[in-house]
Ligand binder design. Structure first.
Ligand code: F6R
Length: 262
């Protein structure tokens, strides 16, 4: 695992955008699927990708995208469905075809069946080259709340009250946050070729430390990154504040060999 500690969230956004842009530019006519997170953490990276598309000609033509998760019970087109959020924050502003952006169907009459269908869709649309991840203050990735099986597949999960209250800022009030989601499982996420987790701010410091340096445990679902062959954690100084080996990660970054991946 590579841990990249940077001064500000803006620096983090540029590094995450660099990683995505590199695979997009390097696809050489081959099909490419990227995995996108929603929430606040990836927004600066998405803005940077939009800028590069507009100002530097970065093209996403033919790229497919899969979302990590979706609320259950919000009607199609609701502004807080993750399908709408990703349109608004990224895909409406770049040259990716809207039908090539996929998310779980949270409005389906049978969400359990929708989860199974989405697991198949991710498998058939993939392999996911790069999966962008945020992290919850309780260590969740996707909406795999603590206690999630480290090998889980896409399924319906019940949000913790902490996550509902963390996400209430996007809704009119805390009661409007759905209780259930369809989320890619930890095993599903782990099939991506490169996991890129980004976080900033002091509220994420404990979760980041548990994920990177704590034990591998379902109690911190993001600790599953420790099992992955190619995981990059991009954090600002505040989110890195509880990392015991922070100096080593900085040292490693300063002394990377040419082409040393991680
Ligand atoms: C969103 C998702 C979640 C968020 C996490 C952090 O698609 O999968 O895991 O990444 O809740 O949210 P923010 O970035 O809003 O702090």
């Amino acid at each position: 695992m590579e841990v990249v500690i940077l001064p500000t969230p803006a620096h983090c956004g540029r590094v995450v955008a660099d990683i995505l842009a590199r695979v997009v530019e390097g696809r050489a006519g081959q099909p490419l699927t990227v995995g996108l997170a929603t929430g606040g953490s990836p927004l600066l990276a998405y803005r940077e990708l939009i800028r590069r598309h507009r100002e530097e000609g970065l093209s996403f033509a033919g790229v497919r995208a899969v979302l990590l998760d979706e609320y259950v019970g919000l009607p199609v087109g609701h502004p807080q469905t993750y399908r709408e959020v990703i349109r608004r924050e990224l895909t409406d502003h770049i040259d990716i075809d809207d039908p090539d952006v996929h998310g779980p169907d949270g409005a389906a009459p049978d969400p359990l069946q929708a989860a199974v269908a989405y697991e198949h869709l991710v498998r058939d649309t993939g392999p996911v080259a790069v999966q962008v991840l945020g992290i919850g203050a309780n260590g969740h990735i996707g909406f795999n709340e603590p206690g999630s099986s480290l090998r889980s597949r896409t399924r319906v999960k019940t949000l913790t009250e902490q996550t509902r209250s963390d996400n209430a800022r996007f809704f009119d009030g805390p009661d409007d946050v759905p209780r259930h989601v369809v989320t890619q499982g930890l095993g599903t996420i782990g099939r991506a070729g490169h996991l890129v987790l980004t976080a900033f701010g002091s509220s994420k410091a404990d979760a980041v430390a548990a994920a990177v340096e704590g034990p591998l445990t379902a109690s911190c679902p993001a600790s599953v990154l420790q099992l992955h062959r190619h995981a990059t954690v991009v954090v600002d100084e505040e989110a890195a504040a509880a990392l015991e080996r922070a100096d080593y990660y900085r040292y490693t970054l300063l002394h990377k060999l040419a082409n040393q991946p991680h």
